[in-house]
Design a protein around this ligand. Structure first.
Ligand SMILES: Cc1cc2nc3c(=O)[nH]c(=O)nc-3n(C[C@H](O)[C@H](O)[C@H](O)COP(=O)(O)OP(=O)(O)OC[C@H]3O[C@@H](n4cnc5c(N)ncnc54)[C@H](O)[C@@H]3O)c2cc1C
Ligand code: SF4
Length: 452
């Protein structure tokens, strides 16, 4: 261990740009065992590992599994890593590590380059599966039954920890496939869809009953779930997209990020792509500067758009998403227009009207202000709005909700009805897969304590 003076931080190999924009395959390779060991050996095994205690929302035992990788004990690393996390190989791929575990790594603070925690985490479980490491579930050993509504990361996490306690879980999902935004939001070039399907298959083998194409509140009454199950976990997400509230946004060629990403992913699964979402040889403009905007621009590039431009009302430094994804988008040919805000979509004329913006200080806060008289016309055929998400209306849930429709929970993640728990985006608004996974785990452990 501690060879950080001799070995630099190394990212996994990345597919070259010209090859990767032709398909939706993951662009980062998974470390082989040699590289994972070499990078894990850099860890200094801090007495108080901030990566785990404050960086990782799951408080994963990071230094423990790094040590085991460095000692070539992959099976034990696999077991430790999978103990606290419901799907480490997925979170290792998609967590914004620079803001989480790696952002808290002592080596990063000291200028040596943080340990590549996420990439090693992915490699542990991928290589572990290849070498026959197994996840042990006891089977259904209790007479308790829990319903999980929504199969995103919070729902999958809750199901995983409940099944580990021998509790029967029925997972209700309104879509045709499980995974929530892991399946229909995050594109395949960041997360291979097979990895989600593999986790679902493992859970099914462990006793999970999965009901897809089943919308609670429509295909089955919520009150029926209340009667039939000992407890319920709600992980219904918050993916109702915001619009720019500009003239012309009701045009057919203006769509929301999730409509677009879902339609493209469904077409990659073999369903017919509605002609509306075919951007081939078209000029595409995406409004927004976060990770969802980066997912849209990079999807449009792979879909053969003629030009892809991202319009953001602040500057590059203020972009809220991951720097890594911004760089990947730029490398893939996306153009960026900063300090511009949309005013009107005149898509019958092939134009998006933009206005220049400036940042001003008001009431001690920096605000975006439109520069009057700065209108310009930008040629485009398609506009995609990636402007954040709200909670869906959930009239079928007779529970306390905030004015933003978030389900209100206490510190046990219990809702206003004691046997109903909730977690993930539906309790806090759009956030991260790892916080959703943590909620699913916490709720499951509380349910287990209450039921057994
Ligand atoms: C485009 C995009 C990219 C993202 N990229 C990242 C990333 O790189 N890293 C990261 O950490 N996070 C990312 N996120 C955020 C992350 O995906 C979410 O925070 C996370 O998926 C939330 O998990 P969840 O379980 O709360 O809900 P969701 O993943 O939204 O899952 C909710 C599920 O509930 C189902 N459902 C809803 N209502 C019902 C009902 N009545 N009956 C049955 N089923 C129902 C939905 O169909 C859905 O499958 C991204 C989000 C988006 C939109
Ligand atoms: S779950 Fe996310 S934050 Fe936690 S160790 Fe893994 S990559 Fe880091």
């Amino acid at each position: 261990m501690q060879n950080f003076l001799k070995v630099d931080r190394q990212e996994p190999e990345k597919e070259n740009v010209l090859a990767r924009i032709k398909n939706f395959q993951e662009i980062y390779k998974v470390f082989d065992k040699k590289h994972a060991k070499n990078q894990a050996e850099r860890c200094v095994q801090c007495g108080d590992p901030y990566c785990s205690s404050t960086g990782c929302p799951l408080n994963n035992f990071i230094p423990h599994w790094l040590k085991k990788v460095a000692e070539n004990d992959l099976d034990l690393a696999f077991k430790i890593s999978n103990q606290t996390s419901p799907f480490p190989e997925i979170l290792g791929r998609i967590c914004p590590q620079d803001n989480l575990c790696e952002g808290s790594c002592t080596l990063g603070d000291d200028g040596y380059g943080a340990i590549t925690i996420g990439s090693i985490e992915t490699a542990i479980t991928e290589r572990g599966f290849e070498e026959g490491s197994e996840l042990n579930f006891p089977g259904i050993t209790t007479d308790k039954k829990v319903a999980v509504v929504g199969s995103g990361p919070s729902g999958i996490s809750a199901a995983t920890f409940l099944l580990r306690a021998g509790i029967e879980v029925t997972l209700f999902e309104k879509e045709d496939r499980a995974g929530g935004l892991l399946t229909y939001g995050i594109p395949g070039f960041k997360l291979d869809k097979e990895k989600i399907a593999r986790r679902i298959d493992i859970l099914k083998e462990a006793g999970l009953i999965l009901k897809t194409n089943c919308e609670v509140g429509k295909d089955i009454e919520f009150t029926q779930l209340e009667k039939e199950f000992d407890a319920i976990f709600l992980g219904v997400g918050a993916s109702q997209g915001n619009t720019a509230r500009i003239g012309g946004e009701d045009h057919d060629n203006v769509f929301l990020a999730m409509e677009y990403l879902t339609a493209i992913q469904k077409s990659l699964f073999g369903q017919e792509k509605p002609a509306l979402y075919d951007v081939k040889d078209k000029n595409v403009t995406v409004i927004g500067g976060g990770d969802t905007a980066m997912d849209c621009v990079r999807t449009a590039v792979r879909e053969g758009a003629k030009t892809v431009t991202c319009v953001y009302r602040r500057d590059e430094a203020s972009m809220p998403g991951s720097k890594k994804e911004f760089k990947n988008a730029k490398d893939e040919g996306v153009e960026f227009l900063f300090h511009k805000a949309p005013k009107e979509a005149k898509l019958d004329k092939g134009v998006l009207v933009l206005e220049d913006t400036e940042i001003v200080e008001a009431d001690g806060r920096k605000k975006v202000q439109i520069i009057q008289g700065s209108e310009s016309e930008f040629e485009t055929d398609i506009v995609i709005m990636a402007l954040g998400f709200n909670n869906h209306e959930t009239p079928y849930l007779d529970l306390d909700k905030s004015k933003w429709n978030e389900i209100v929970v206490d510190d046990k993640l219990q809702t206003s009805k004691s046997k109903i728990y909730a977690g993930g985006d539906c309790i806090r608004g759009a956030d991260l897969a790892v916080t959703a996974a943590r909620d699913g785990r916490s709720a499951a452990l509380n349910i287990i304590e209450d039921l057994l």
